[in-house]
Write a protein that binds this ligand. Structure first.
Ligand code: ZN
Length: 346
C-alpha cells in the first residue's frame, strides 16, 4: 500500500513538473501573426518573424505522418511558445522533436518550454555551451543589456511623435521590446537531451532527416538538417541568406566546412536568417568573403593594428555586389575573435 502511495506521489510530482514546464511564459502578447510560414516542399516550412513579436532567428518545421519536428526555437520562451501556437494552425500533430542548429541565444532560448518528454537534439558542443555560462558571453550580454536603453529611447520617440502612423509603429516596437525583456527574465538555458558529434539520422514514415556536423565554422558545433529525398537543407547560421555573426566562429576553417555542405544534394536552403533560397552561388560568395576576412584581419594584426582600429579598416567592399556591405569595416566582435584565434596559435 505504501509503495502504491509512493508511486502515486511520484506520478503527481511528475505531472506538476510537466504542467509547470508548459505554463504560458511572460511576454507572449502580440498583434496579428508572429510568423509567416513559407512551405517550400510538402510539409516542410520555414518560419520567419513578422515583427509583431521578437523572434530574431528563423525556425523551420517538418510535418511528418504522426509528429512534427521543429528546427531551432528562437530568442525566448515566449517566441517558442507562440511558434507552437501558430504551428497548430497548420497541424494538430504533436511536436516530439526539436533540433538546435547551434547554441546561440536567437536559436536555442526557447528550449525550456518543451515538455521533458520532447527530444531536444544538438551537437555535444551545443549541450556543453548551454550548460555552461553561454548567457554570460558578450554576444548575449550585449543584446540583453541594450534592451532597457532601447525601451527608454522608444518611449521618448513616442512622446515626441506627431504623425499617427509613425507613433503606432513605435508603440508596436515598444511592446515587442518590453515583451522580449519580460521573457528574457524567465530564461533558463536548457541544453539538448540527445547529442551527436558527427551524424544522427531520424526516420519518420517515408522521410529521412539527417542531422549533420560538417566541420567547425560559425561555432564549434553547428549542425545542418538535411532531407535527402526532398533536397532541402536547414543551415542555421552556418549559412544564412547574407552574413553570419563571427563571435564564436572559426573563420579559417568555415569555408572548408562549407565545401562539405556543397557535397550534399539539395536545391533549397532554409537559413537561420533571411529568406529561403535556391541559389547555391550564395555559398561561394560567403566562402570568398570569410576567407578574405581572415586574410585581411590577420594582415592588420600582423601590422600591430588594434582590434578596434582593424574593425574600422578591414576592407571587404569587393564583396558588396553579393553581400550587404556598405563600406569598409568588419564587426568588432568578429575581429576580436580572429585576434584571439591568432593569439592561440603556437
Ligand atoms: Zn542567429
Amino acid at each position: 500500500m505504501k509503495r502504491l502511495a509512493l508511486v502515486i506521489t511520484i506520478g503527481l510530482l511528475a505531472l506538476v513538473a510537466a504542467t509547470a514546464q508548459s505554463r504560458r511564459p511572460a511576454g507572449t502578447t502580440h498583434t496579428g501573426k508572429a510568423f509567416r510560414f513559407n512551405q517550400v516542399k510538402p510539409g516542410i516550412y520555414h518560419a520567419v518573424g513578422t515583427g509583431s513579436l521578437a523572434v530574431v532567428g528563423n525556425s523551420s518545421f517538418i510535418v511528418n505522418d504522426d509528429d512534427v519536428i521543429v528546427v531551432d526555437d528562437h530568442v525566448s520562451p515566449a517566441a517558442a511558445w507562440v511558434l507552437l501556437e501558430e504551428i497548430k494552425t497548420v497541424t494538430n500533430k504533436p511536436v516530439r522533436t526539436v533540433i538546435n542548429t547551434h547554441f546561440h541565444f536567437d536559436h536555442a532560448h526557447g528550449n525550456q518550454i518543451f515538455d521533458p518528454t520532447v527530444q531536444i537534439i544538438g551537437h555535444e558542443f551545443t549541450r556543453r555551451m548551454l550548460l555552461s555560462n553561454s548567457i554570460g558571453m558578450p554576444l548575449y550580454q550585449n543584446y540583453l543589456t541594450g534592451m532597457p536603453a532601447q525601451i527608454e529611447g522608444l518611449k521618448k520617440q513616442i512622446a515626441s511623435a506627431t504623425d499617427g502612423a509613425a507613433k503606432a509603429k513605435l508603440q508596436t516596437q515598444l511592446q515587442v521590446t518590453e515583451n522580449n525583456l519580460a521573457s528574457q527574465k524567465e530564461l533558463k538555458p536548457t541544453p539538448p537531451n540527445i547529442t551527436l558529434t558527427n551524424q544522427l539520422t531520424l526516420f519518420r514514415g517515408g522521410r529521412e532527416i539527417q542531422i549533420r556536423f560538417l566541420g567547425r565554422g560559425h561555432t564549434a558545433g553547428d549542425v545542418v538538417v538535411y532531407l535527402p529525398n526532398e533536397k532541402v537543407v536547414m543551415t542555421g547560421d552556418f549559412l544564412t541568406a547574407a552574413l553570419s555573426n563571427m563571435s564564436d566562429s572559426f573563420p579559417n576553417e568555415w569555408a572548408d566546412s562549407l565545401d562539405a555542405l556543397k557535397k550534399l544534394d539539395f536545391d533549397t536552403v532554409l537559413p537561420g536568417h533571411g529568406e529561403a533560397f535556391t541559389d547555391k552561388a550564395k555559398i561561394d560568395y560567403f566562402q570568398a568573403y570569410i576567407r578574405d576576412v581572415w586574410t585581411e584581419v590577420s594582415r592588420l594584426k600582423k601590422q600591430g593594428v588594434s582590434a578596434e582600429e582593424a574593425s574600422k579598416r578591414a576592407d571587404l567592399t569587393k564583396h558588396k555586389d553579393h553581400l550587404p556591405i556598405q563600406g569598409p569595416g568588419v564587426p568588432l566582435i568578429g575581429v576580436q575573435r580572429i585576434y584571439s584565434l591568432l593569439d592561440e596559435k603556437p
